[in-house]
Write a protein that binds this ligand. Structure first.
Ligand SMILES: Cc1cc2nc3c(=O)[nH]c(=O)nc-3n(C[C@H](O)[C@H](O)[C@H](O)COP(=O)(O)O)c2cc1C
Length: 354
């Protein structure tokens, strides 16, 4: 069994370890143009300095209307590409691989700012700078403003936007792209029978509902044959009648056939559900994907090196860490030392701190 401190190679990209930082929205583009700024340089710089093998930057919108909020980062234009570049270069200088999560929030777009006096109060009205949201089917997800259903042609335009964004990410120097198919956002809105009620080629049975996701994956693979690519799934909706672990394993296999290299197993986000949140509460979802021989990573309250190692011992290829890495960007270095492994991830500037 590999150690979490051992390297992993994905489509020719060698990651120095299996302790990865999960994508986390910072909602910090104050210029409202999707261009990452000082916050992003400092934040990702700190994380790149902490020893991770793969730092994946936040959900970055492939079109402006795919942003969760106006403060989201984007990768739909060249100014964004140019602003990501120094962040990518710094991560490389620190020995970290760096990926970007390509995203479209669909019916969960156009919400109020994440911070400030009216934070978390739902949809941003169009009169205040919000926009008409789109989805697989019309209606309100999670109590937000009603989305309208995309036509088949419009959905195909979204596929093209994902592909163009992936090409732009490659131009920025990113090592990997991640297709966001989870957390109740657009591609999950297509995947889940709880939400996709279409009766055309983009709906119906599991294969129909997976069409859009697989077209994105296939399109990126055709455009970028050598680019490592992962897909994040909500591997269960935690709700009767929703996506199941078995569905996720099937989709993971299809995604691999379409050109994805690894499927990350997250969950939920589309409907309110009773989720048994606790340490490692999603690890079984990654184990289910590993059981169909698709490389996978686990995420969700993985907060000690021992716990992470036990998950990798169970056949999962890597772990991803979110909030614990916000509290301690140097967590990969700390875990390695806790496990008694001597690693060379400490920047020389910080040697005296260890
Ligand atoms: C501040 C914050 C922002 C997040 N943004 C994203 C995101 O952009 N894309 C995504 O797929 N997940 C996002 N997540 C979910 C994390 O990637 C991760 O799956 C989740 O936090 C569970 O892992 P943890 O228990 O280690 O934090 C976010 C989580 C947090 C705390």
């Amino acid at each position: 069994m590999p150690s979490i401190t051992d390297p992993l190679t994905i489509r020719g990209l060698t990651l120095r370890n299996r302790i990865w930082v999960a994508p986390m929205c910072m909602y910090s583009v104050e210029t409202l143009d999707g261009v990452p700024g000082a916050w992003h340089r400092a934040h990702y710089g700190a994380l790149a300095t902490g020893g991770t093998g793969l730092l994946t930057v936040e959900a970055s919108a492939v079109v402006p209307e795919g942003r969760i909020s106006r403060q989201d980062a984007g990768i739909w234009d060249d100014a964004q590409r140019d602003a990501w570049r120094p962040i990518v270069d710094f991560a490389h200088a620190r020995g970290a691989a760096i990926g970007i999560q390509l995203a479209h929030a669909g019916a969960k777009a156009s919400i109020r700012p994440a911070f400030g006096h009216d934070a978390g109060t739902g949809s941003l009205p169009i009169a205040d700078g919000g926009w008409q949201t789109v989805s697989s089917s019309a209606g309100s997800v999670m109590g937000l403003a009603d989305a309208r259903a995309l036509s088949v042609d419009e959905a195909r335009d979204v596929v093209d936007a994902f592909i163009a964004a992936a090409v732009r990410a490659a131009d920025a120097g990113f090592d990997l792209v991640e297709v966001h198919g989870a957390h109740g956002y657009l591609l999950h809105q297509f995947l889940s029978p709880l939400w996709n009620t279409r009766d055309d080629e983009l709906g119906g049975d599991l294969a129909g509902r997976a069409t859009l996701l697989l077209e994105v994956v296939r399109g990126i693979r055709a455009a970028l044959p050598d680019m490592p690519m992962m897909v994040r799934l909500s591997a269960t909706d935690w709700t009767d009648g929703g996506l199941t672990e078995d569905d996720a394993a099937t989709i993971a296999g299809w995604a691999q056939d379409a050109g994805a290299d690894l499927v990350d197993a997250s969950s939920g986000g589309l409907v309110r559900a009773a989720i048994p949140v606790g340490p490692g509460y999603q690890a079984h979802l990654a184990q289910r994907i590993a059981a169909v021989d698709v490389p996978t990573s686990a995420v969700g309250i993985i907060e000690t090196g021992e716990q992470a190692q036990a998950i990798v011992d169970s056949g999962v290829d890597a772990v991803r860490v979110g909030r614990a890495a916000l509290r301690d960007p140097h967590l990969p270095i700390r875990w390695a030392r806790e496990l008694g492994v001597d690693v060379d991830w400490v920047p020389p500037q910080y040697e005296r701190a260890y």
